[in-house]
Design a protein around this ligand. Structure first.
Ligand SMILES: [Zn+2]
Length: 293
């Protein structure tokens, strides 16, 4: 079904028209996760051809100094710090495309698992596990053989060496420690996840952390307050829409493109039309989304 929508929006010229008019004066943030090298090659080349790709830090500099940004400015982000992200490096270097990768500080550099992709058996439960209190989620995950601190035989996240290798080409930022759904956490857990992830990433990898990506795009006023207290400059969501020089920096919007396997999908999702249509048709309950992690 989605493929038909992508093709219709692309070949009718609607996606093109939207990109060249509505999107032109905006700053668009895209969210990817676990993209294979071949898709990265095609997707990033497409984005570079049709947008002015800028780094997240360039956007923040422009907000600070109130300077103009290029037309169709686009910020490319990846959440989680999946092991496959290492294969992006040669593509990023060749195309000279800046990206930000948001890392789970206690999963990268270890053999720990991301809870939402621990094994095949638990995957059908992921969406319902996002909607229960954090303690209960962790208890239920134990039945699937998952605990946060345990290391497993297979690796899911980037290693410390890979982060070191990629540092020159990639802006690394925080995606909390273990990727809980923040509004489902008690105050002390939320505080630890938001504050300590920044501290650990800075100490362990000598990174300069100023941005928090809320896991699953879910956040509350409390989480924004904690992010400010921790010294972050901004927070990124998966709320649908565009950004500008006067946006609320702790509610920056992003379009989730998953890992785009076709150019139709990328074109339609990157211009924002798909998410805006979907949002109109089906508004998720406040604060929670069914988007990927
Ligand atoms: Zn995530």
């Amino acid at each position: 079904m989605s493929n038909i929508i992508y093709k219709a929006l692309r070949y009718s010229g609607a996606a093109w028209l939207w990109r060249e008019t509505v999107q032109r004066g905006k700053v668009t943030f895209l969210l990817f996760h676990d993209m294979e090298a071949a898709d990265a090659e095609r997707n990033l080349a497409y984005l570079k051809r049709h947008y002015s790709v800028i780094g997240l830090q360039d956007y923040l500099d422009a907000v600070r100094s109130k300077t103009r940004l290029p037309r169709k400015a686009l910020v490319i982000t990846f959440d989680d710090g999946h092991a496959s992200n290492r294969s992006l490096l040669p593509v990023l270097e060749r195309l000279q495309v800046p990206v930000t990768i948001f890392l789970c500080s206690e999963v990268v550099g270890t053999q720990r698992h991301f809870w939402f992709r621990h094994n095949e058996e638990m995957k059908p439960q992921v969406e319902s596990l996002k909607r229960i209190p954090n303690e209960e989620r962790l208890r239920k995950l134990e039945a699937f053989g998952f605990t946060q601190e345990q290391e497993y035989s297979d690796r899911q996240a980037l290693t410390a060496n890979e982060i070191e290798e990629m540092k020159g080409a990639v802006d690394f930022q925080s995606h909390t420690c273990f990727h809980p759904i923040l509004p489902q956490c008690g105050d002390s857990t939320a505080r630890h996840e938001i504050i300590d992830s920044k501290k650990h990433l800075e100490e362990r990898f000598q990174l300069n952390i100023n941005t928090l990506s809320y896991p699953n795009g879910d956040y509350s006023e409390r989480d924004i307050r904690l992010a400010k207290e921790a010294g972050y400059t901004c927070g990124v969501t998966v709320d649908s829409g565009y950004n500008g020089l006067h946006s609320d920096l702790f509610r920056l919007k992003r379009f989730s493109v998953n890992d785009a396997h076709t150019t139709e999908e990328l074109m339609v999702k990157a211009c924002g039309l798909y998410a805006l249509i979907k949002h109109k048709l089906h508004k998720p309950p406040y604060g929670f989304k069914t988007s990927p992690q």
